[in-house]
Design a protein. Sequence first.
Length: 292
Amino acid sequence: MDIIINFSVNTSFYLAIGSVFLMVACLWFLVLKKATAALENYKETFTSTASSNMSDMFMSFDANQMFMINLGAIVVLPLLTWLLTRDIPATLGMLGLIIILPSLFYRSMRKQRLKRFEAQLPDGLVMISGAMRAGASLSIALESLVKEQPAPLSQEFELFLKEQRLGVEFEESLKKMEQRIPIPDFSMLVTALLINREVGGNLAETMETLGETLRRKGMMEGKIQSLTAQGKLQGIVMTGLPILLGVLLNFIEPEAMSKLWTTTVGYMVLVVIVIMEMLGYFMISKITSIDV
């Protein structure tokens, strides 16, 4: 009788263990499946966005290789942060930074490229005007611009000419180019070309006048930037000074400063500090940002 009871108990025990193991295995399979699907979705989104962004800036990069580098950074850098600091907020902050870093990097590169295009545009318009006054057509003048001017101005107009050779409508090519270069100066050029296309007129004179206008506008913007540079620097210094003082005090008086990282009141104070810092920097940036 005791043998039968022990056998029943052992059987129930092993069945329970097997059931738990089976449930854990099924749960692990579902989690792995969801993680794989999420990773594939992230890879598809990342590679498609990276390919589109890089092609817009005429840069050739392997999107899959960029994804692998980004994925490695997402795994390795937060792990190193945790091993060095043993701090969960710092690790999560590093993870968030790595996730948004590609977008910030692209925006910075795109902004710099648009600035270079805007700076090159007045000289390009004067060059087009000179070629047309010498008897060249608009297409020939643009081909001369592509040969003589540096990137990105030459790259954009070269793509425009290629589309023209493939039979794309003039207005459609201009609209596509305007979408790639969303700056007011180029929008003025697109408007001038479309109006001249419809009603005619002296396009060479229009290009020359527009080029001189944009050059004067660029000079005025340069003067404004030089006059507001001190205010922008003051905003950066005043924003970074409390952070620097906090770091120094943390090394000098770690016991007193530890209240900020270990208590509820300290976290509330940190939130207030961050909000006030952001508001101060935003207000100074708005004051020193003058549109021409």
